[in-house]
Design a binder for this molecule. Structure first.
Ligand code: HEC
Ligand code: HEC
Ligand code: HEC
Ligand code: HEC
Ligand code: HEC
Ligand code: HEC
Length: 501
């Protein structure tokens, strides 16, 4: 048979390289067409089409010239000094053929890789890639995200943002993550990236900006007490995100902290920024500076300078905008209010809270354990109720398990207590990290803990006998169960930890 290619092409390395490249190319084209027909291909398909197969294709393409070079060296009849590089002679048709294949191949390859790398880029930026490729690891974040107001915002909008440098940074740290997932080197729970998260200025503020005005927000909170009747309790309040009149801008209210004329800086003594010992408020217009220190536990002089001074931004309050693992007390209240859990069964709230508080090894064993526990409770404690409501009780067991599955992830040791939320003060100190009435200036001015500073209660009590006032005449808060003045004297977290106190 007539030889059509240079002699140097006839060697095993080149043949293997060419075969590898051709098979990869064929599979890429085949899977690509398949993915078009399957419509929403799985995230693994993207991983294979745009990352794994192209890697094989490139490896094969590299092997082709490597094999040729090595063969040429081996076959060289002339002394090494004369001919270091192979000679390309376009008058030989074998060389011409090789040249044609090379140039057409390279052009096509470059064209495809331009499209391919764009697809690879989009793919690595997709929610499927971030949320499901390492499924067990990111499952908690992914599940919570799907139940959040940001379910339609891609992971990278907050975690990477715009610009090549953050893209590179995230992909480099991504390489380490691939390694740590492959070899099970990651910590559980995954530590929050509070330290190296891109600043809110560059992420959140592209969609929400500080000078955007938000007025007061009326909310109705519904609770069920841990007693036999699951007694309902409501608190209606106006949350003063902004002032009562739009005209006042950001002059007062909760978003006053992000008014461009205001700078609030603070020092925290722990990594999660939960213990704040020092706060400085600078009025950027007048230059007036006020320093508040925690009178109960001031920061030691020696430690002071080594601590980061952080300027408050969105993330200091909204630190769980998309992965909010709710405490049982709240997710069970929500399930009862939504009609998912029967309020007619005795001690439903207390039982459910006790059930989800147990430490399980896996989600599956949790679901099974909860179902069994709920049945057992009524079968042994309330035989009459059990006989009359078997189906309802079985369903309640399943529903509690489902709510558990949205908020607690035993495999990753993820639950509310692993990730404190700073938006509020009931189960974590949140606002009370500063607003606890203990942070004071030398002159004795305190960061206020006044219950009407941030919100006002205009209705509260059992829904059947709700006490109501007009919006501008707030009620004094009434604690749902009698605890004297304890709610005024300490912070709520003294008793409330997310479970029934
Ligand atoms: C609206 C912005 C936003 C979106 C969208 C978002 N995240 Fe996050 N994510 C955050 C913030 C803020 C933190 C840090 C929380 C903290 O500091 O307490 C975080 C933390 C994390 C953590 C660290 C563990 C933890 O729970 O604190 C992981 C892992 C994570 N996100 C993964 C994802 C994945 C996967 C997606 C997409 C499915 C995603 N994120 C989408 C804002 C976002
Ligand atoms: C790509 C745009 C985008 C980015 C980036 C983004 N958000 Fe949002 N955010 C949204 C959208 C869309 C909504 C839903 C608005 C609605 O439901 O009316 C929302 C809603 C919210 C809400 C209201 C939640 C509620 O309960 O109604 C808060 C608070 C919030 N975002 C904070 C943040 C914070 C903090 C960050 C940065 C970590 C952030 N957002 C980043 C688009 C974004
Ligand atoms: C890092 C400390 C810190 C944290 C955390 C903090 N604040 Fe503040 N806040 C301050 C300081 C300092 C002032 C101003 C006190 C002064 O000068 O009287 C203030 C003032 C306020 C005011 C009054 C604003 C005005 O003048 O109308 C409101 C309302 C408020 N905070 C709400 C909140 C809420 C709600 C949270 C939690 C989501 C919170 N703060 C968390 C430090 C903090
Ligand atoms: C001092 C704490 C604090 C800071 C700082 C803060 N917020 Fe808020 N924000 C709140 C509170 C509290 C609410 C009311 C939450 C609720 O009732 O659900 C709120 C509500 C919101 C809402 C929902 C408004 C609505 O009408 O539902 C958005 C959006 C929002 N904040 C965005 C931001 C952004 C963006 C930043 C940074 C530029 C920011 N916030 C900074 C405490 C803060
Ligand atoms: C520095 C601001 C601030 C102060 C002071 C404050 N709160 Fe709150 N409170 C909040 C915020 C923010 C929330 C969360 C609002 C939301 O979830 O919409 C909240 C939520 C609540 C809730 C509902 C709890 C829940 O999440 O279901 C109650 C009840 C409450 N506060 C009572 C009080 C009482 C009583 C005091 C006085 C001892 C007080 N607050 C002082 C900011 C404050
Ligand atoms: C001395 C302990 C203690 C303190 C301090 C305390 N509480 Fe409570 N709280 C309780 C007990 C006990 C219950 C009843 C629990 C139950 O029946 O579910 C309760 C129930 C509640 C409920 C109903 C919750 C539910 O899901 O049933 C709310 C709301 C509440 N407390 C708000 C607050 C707020 C806000 C503060 C701080 C300003 C506070 N509490 C401080 C002990 C305390």
């Amino acid at each position: 048979m007539k030889r059509r290619l240079p002699i140097s092409a006839y060697n095993w390395t080149t043949v293997i390289g060419a075969t590898l490249a051709l098979i990869s190319l064929f599979m890429i084209v085949f899977l690509f067409i398949a993915s078009v027909f399957i419509q929403r291909g799985s995230s693994y398909l993207g991983l294979i089409i745009y990352i794994v197969l192209p890697a094989f294709l490139v490896a094969g393409l590299i092997l082709i010239p490597v094999g040729m070079l090595l063969k040429a060296r081996r076959d060289r009849r002339t002394p090494a000094a004369d001919l270091v590089w192979p000679v390309v002679d376009m008058n030989k048709d074998t060389h011409r053929n090789a040249f044609m294949i090379f140039s057409v191949g390279t052009t096509v390859f470059l064209l495809f890789s331009a499209i391919g790398s764009y697809e690879a880029f989009t793919f690595t930026e997709s929610v499927e890639f971030c949320g499901t490729i390492c499924h067990s690891v990111m499952r908690p974040e992914f599940v919570a995200y799907q139940n959040s107001p940001h379910a339609n915002v891609r992971c990278v909008e907050c975690h990477v943002g715009e610009g090549a440098d953050w893209y590179m940074r995230s992909k480099l740290s991504g390489l380490y993550q691939v390694y740590s997932v492959t070899f099970h080197k990651y910590p559980t729970p995954i530590p929050t990236p509070v330290m190296n998260l891109r600043p809110a200025r560059e992420t959140c503020e592209r969609c929400h900006w500080p000078s955007k005005f938000y007025g007061q927000k009326l909310t109705v909170k519904k609770y069920y007490l841990a007693d036999e009747q699951n007694t309902p309790w409501e608190i209606h309040m106006a949350v003063k995100i902004g002032p009562s009149h739009r005209a006042a801008g950001l002059q007062e209210g909760i978003h006053w902290h992000i008014n461009p004329d205001v700078a609030i800086e603070y020092k925290a003594t722990d990594a999660q920024r939960q213990v704040i010992g020092w706060v400085r408020h600078t009025n950027r217009k007048t230059g007036e500076v006020t320093v508040f220190e925690d009178a109960a536990s001031p920061i030691a002089k020696a430690q002071f300078d080594s601590l980061e001074t952080r300027t408050m931004d969105c993330m200091d309050c909204h630190n769980r905008p998309s992965h909010n693992y709710m405490p049982p007390q709240f997710f069970l209240d929500h399930a009862m209010a939504a009609g998912l859990l029967p309020t007619s069964l005795p001690f439903m709230k207390k039982l459910a809270t006790d059930m989800v508080a147990v430490e399980y090894g896996t989600t599956d064993s949790a679901m099974a354990g909860i179902r069994k526990g709920v049945e057992e409770f009524y079968r042994t404690g309330y035989p009459d109720v059990y006989e009359k409501n078997r189906a309802l009780i079985a369903e309640a067991g399943v529903r509690i398990g489902q709510e558990y599955g949205k908020n607690i992830f035993p495999e990753m040791k993820v639950k509310w207590s692993a990730y404190p939320s700073n938006l509020g003060h009931m189960e974590f100190n949140g606002c009370f990290r500063c607003h606890d009435g203990n942070h004071a200036t030398k002159e004795g001015k305190v960061i206020s803990k006044d219950c009407n500073l941030c919100h006002t209660v205009y209705a509260q009590g059992n829904p059947s006998s709700l006490v109501m006032n007009p919006l501008d005449k707030p009620l004094e808060f009434r604690h749902p169960v009698e605890i004297g003045d304890a709610w005024k004297e300490t912070v709520c977290t003294t008793c409330h930890t997310g479970l029934n106190p």
